[in-house]
Structure formats: C-alpha cells, structure tokens
Design a protein around this ligand. Sequence first.
Ligand code: PRP
Length: 208
Amino acid sequence: MEGVYVSEHPLVRHKLTLLRNSETNSTQFRELVRELAILLCYEATRDLVLAAKTVQTPLGPAEGAELREAIGLVPILRAGLGMVNGVWEMMPSSEVWHIGLYRDEKTMRPVQYYNKLPIEPRVQVCLILDPMLATGGSAVATTTLLKKWGARRIKFVGLIAAPEGIKAMRDAHPDVPIHVAAVDDHLNDNAFIVPGLGDAGDRQFGTG
Ligand code: PRP
C-alpha cells in the first residue's frame, strides 16, 4: 500500500519474532524494542536532506555531507519511550518531545494526559514513535496535534500495525508515511493486535 513501508530486513524479522515470543522476559524485550527502533528509523530516515561538506583528512580534502534537517523524536507514552534512546544515540542532536496518551478501555479512544512540545516547532522532520498501531486512534491524535502546532513533515515509526490502524492513519493523514516491522492479521474485541505481542507497555515496564 502506498505510504506504508514494512521492513523486510532479516535482522528486523529475526528480532521481531523474538519480541513476539511470550517467553521473552522484560529485559530482553526492552533491548529488542530499542534495537528494532534503531533499524526501523534507519530505514525511515533514508530521505533526509544533506548539505555538501568538505573536511580535511590527514591526507587532504574529502568531499562529504552533513544532515541539514533537524529531527524531533515524538514518543507516545508509555510504550513509545523504549523506542527513544537507541534512535537518539544515532541522531544525538534530535529533540525529544513527549506526548502522553492512553486508550480509554471502554471507548478505545485516546485520552491525552501530557504534552511537552516547545512553543514553536524548531525541526523539519518529526518521527512519531509508538510500538503499536492498533485502532490508530493514538497515532491519528498525535499527528493532528503535531500538525496544529506547525510540524510539516511527519513520519510514523512503529513495530506492529493492524490493518485497521493503517487505514485510520491513511484516511486521516495520507501525507504521513508509516514504517513498521509487520502488519498483522486483525484486532480482537479488546482492540489488541492479533497475533501481535501482547501489551507493549506492560511487557517493557513489567506492569502486566
Ligand atoms: C497502547 C500502545 C499505543 C496504543 C495503540 O498504549 O502503546 O500507544 O495503545 O492503540 P491505538 O492505535 O488503538 O490508539 P496504551 O493505551 O496501552 O498505553 P501505554 O503505552 O501507557 O501502555
């Protein structure tokens, strides 16, 4: 589907399988979320704009490049937190903005409880980080908030999506590319992705 990028990298497929396994403990789970986030953001940032830059090596000038765009990492709390650190180490000049949302268990709609955006957007590209794209409510609400606030280029980076979540994002925000490790079969009656991996927040933070 246009605008939806499902990684076929062998490392991603291997690590995602470990992540899904219910025998994976929370220490291993956190490490896998961190590694998968790095791999997926690596793929999602392949179109970042560069400026030419020449440096002097010990043997003379070398033509090179440097990133021209500033990047904002936007984890959706809680589960998105585990996707931040590894990506931040790769792009240390990024800014990190936290958005707190939880899904109301009855309505399945996202409820915002925290938002720490700077007054003015200072970056050219925002990467929304959330392991799960289930109904899509959280990702749609976060994207709407970022756009209202003035962000122009936004990408969603997740681990597992349901077809329902992808459709909701494509309908509401067709300009936002979606990068994930897998698109699963369906949502169950509790809006959990099947087969999925369970609750990404609880498995990371040991609160299940
Ligand atoms: C989960 C997940 C996403 C959201 C996805 O968060 O981490 O943020 O649900 O669902 P949606 O696509 O239907 O909106 P949850 O509400 O469990 O909060 P948590 O991250 O704090 O555990």
